[in-house]
Design a protein around this ligand. Structure first.
Ligand code: APR
Ligand code: ZN
Length: 232
């Protein structure tokens, strides 16, 4: 039994991390065009670093919630293929014990030199004065996928989705592609598709089952049901 899980900001909401599009979310505080595009970085790197440093501080002070731990439990108790793909830039899945995690939108805990491609663990604070220890240029940025850039690991993620028997879409509005297209790809490829969210997402129509409720409450129950339904 091949399982693919795709998570969005909603899975980290109960850990105190703001989502993007809910009321009061990040995109109601900052304009995407000012903080999450390559043009924004070229125009005002200090602002991009200021927001990224804030997100990194928030990530480091937050704790995984029951939903993160439940998915790590599912991975450890499942003896088939298991892939956890996250749109999130936080590292709460890893800190809950998940091992095979693909950050398709990058990670706030990784720094990237956009000149030579070198990556390293991000320091507490980054600035446009940072210097790459490999090429000595100061083109250092958070290793995030900004709007207009290509997501990471897409070939691997699509291949796993096409081979999935069970695909779960957890805590995402389904507003951003290509991530949002994966549920439909999974359903077309014959997987059972499950959505877990507070409200139906924009791609809920491709879900065979929609479970509504807070992830921290609903995901552990869903994991137990999945493990004990002997489909693993
Ligand atoms: N439990 C479950 N779902 C929740 C919870 C919760 N406690 N709180 C919020 N949600 C759901 C909301 O109903 C919404 O569907 O989480 C989703 C959050 O949607 P977005 O803020 O759009 O976040 P996401 O879908 O992850 O955004 C995708 O957009 O801006 C880019 O790169 C960014 O990775 C992000 C991508
Ligand atoms: Zn470099």
């Amino acid at each position: 039994m091949n399982i693919v899980i795709l998570t969005g900001a909603g899975i980290s909401a109960e850990s105190g991390l703001e989502t993007f599009r809910d009321q009061g979310g990040l995109w109601s505080q900052y304009d995407v065009e000012d903080v999450a595009t390559p043009q924004a970085y070229a125009r005002n790197p200090a602002l991009v670093h200021e927001v990224s440093n804030l997100l990194r501080r928030i990530n480091r002070t937050a704790n995984p919630n029951a939903a993160h731990f439940a998915l790590a439990d599912l991975e450890s108790r499942h003896d088939g293929n298991f892939l956890l793909v996250t749109q999130n830039i936080d590292t709460l899945h890893q800190r809950a014990g998940s091992r095979n995690v693909l950050h398709m939108h990058g990670s706030i805990e990784v720094a990237l030199c956009s000149d030579c491609g070198h990556t390293w663990p991000a320091p507490d604070e980054m600035s446009e004065d940072d210097c790459c220890m490999v090429c000595r240029k100061n083109q250092c940025r958070p290793d995030l996928v900004w709007f207009g850039e290509n997501v990471r690991f897409l070939d691997e993620i699509e291949a796993a989705t096409e081979a999935a028997d069970l695909f779960a879409f957890i805590g995402s509005s389904g507003e951003v592609y290509p991530a949002a297209g994966l549920m439909e790809l999974a359903q077309e490829s014959g997987a059972k598709t499950v959505e877990i969210n507070l409200h139906p997402s924009a791609v809920a129509s491709a879900a065979d089952e929609v479970i509504l409720g807070p992830a921290g409450h609903v995901v552990p129950k869903w994991v137990e049901k999945t493990i004990h339904s002997a489909v693993l």
